[in-house]
Write a protein that binds this ligand. Structure first.
Ligand SMILES: [Zn+2]
Length: 272
């Protein structure tokens, strides 16, 4: 089997390729998310400057470098270009390299990377429009389904992952319905509930529970101080995405540590 760890030269080359691929895809996902948030078709038409309307050429569209060389300004009208472009391109390049380093050149790496693409895109859309697009969830669930025969370990494990998705999203749906009644407003978006169904498929029982707890902690810690007197719901999808990526990368280690702490010596397949 090919491994990026077979030599230092291959490792460096793989990381550089992954970083370039990640920056290009980060740029595409950012653009697609911006269009999805505005309910526009996400691959239609060329990108243009929102201030002067000039079509952007190849020189304006080189990820990371264009923004740096143009010092965050449009080449034609000098209007400021949001640092969001630079940040998303760098962040997704880093995530792609991290995914490759963690999972090596495997089907698991490709599957998890597609999932991270979907999480990244839906986070950007949710931040902007408080909507989680169904398309991103369908692509993520499809990638899981296609990869499962290649990664199959046992029926117990596969069914446990499907069951986790159903149980977590079902439980959250029930809680949100009760909270909607109590608070007399929408407490949790339908997109968040559907997102947890997909998270369950990927993570399995215990890592999904940890992701749920971590996402609540992150979401509340960041948003509650800003919510005072404001009853508007805040986007929860990005925090679910952050917690899910953390558990995707180190869920097994966290679960093993937790079970060891609880005095359980071997990890039953149904929990992971
Ligand atoms: Zn312009």
């Amino acid at each position: 089997m090919i491994s990026i760890y077979s030599s230092t030269a291959i490792l460096i080359f793989s990381c550089v390729v992954a970083a370039i691929l990640g920056a290009v895809l980060g740029s595409f996902l950012n653009c697609a998310a911006g269009r999805l948030a505005k309910d526009q078709p996400f691959i239609k038409g060329r990108s243009h400057c929102p201030a002067c309307g000039h079509d952007l050429s190849v020189l304006d569209l080189v990820p990371v470098f264009s923004w740096l060389f143009l010092r965050g300004k449009c080449r034609h009208c000098g209007a400021k270009i949001s640092p969001r472009y630079l940040i998303t391109e760098l962040l997704f390049a880093a995530l792609t390299v991290a995914c490759l380093l963690r999972f090596d050149l495997t089907v698991l790496c490709l599957r998890n990377w597609i999932f991270i693409c979907c999480l990244f895109c839906l986070s950007l859309v949710d931040f902007e429009s408080k909507i989680i697009p169904n398309g991103t969830l369908l692509i993520a669930a499809g990638a899981w389904l296609v990869a499962e025969p290649f990664l199959f370990e046992s029926w117990t494990r596969t069914l446990a992952h499907v069951g986790t998705g159903v149980a977590i999203s079902g439980g959250m749906l029930l809680i949100s319905l009760v909270m909607d009644k109590v608070l007399q407003r929408e407490s949790l978006g339908g997109g968040d509930v559907k997102l947890f169904a997909v998270v369950g498929l990927y993570l399995g029982l215990l890592p999904s529970m940890f992701a749920l707890i971590l996402s609540c902690i992150l979401g509340l810690a960041v948003n509650l101080p800003r919510q005072r007197g404001n009853s508007e719901p805040f986007p929860f999808g990005p925090w679910i995405a952050v917690a899910t990526v953390v558990m995707l990368f180190c869920g097994q280690a966290v679960v093993e540590w937790y079970l060891g702490f609880m005095g359980v010596s071997s990890t039953p397949a149904i929990l992971l």
